[in-house]
Design a protein. Sequence first.
Length: 67
Amino acid sequence: MTGKTITIPEDLYKKAEEFIKKSGKEFKSVDDLVIFILQEFLSEEGEALTPEEEEKIRERLKALGYI
């Protein structure tokens, strides 16, 4: 797989690092976390989400500092 680079604000990167530390061994790096979030979000594109799924996504985005 070839990689591309994206830039995110430093404060958001630090929040992602803190999230990783709190989550245990679920994610090895910020890259892993971002890839997971994008895959989850984009794989559901076009599919109707339940209210529970929408809330779960909102909670994840809040925890990461996006909203």
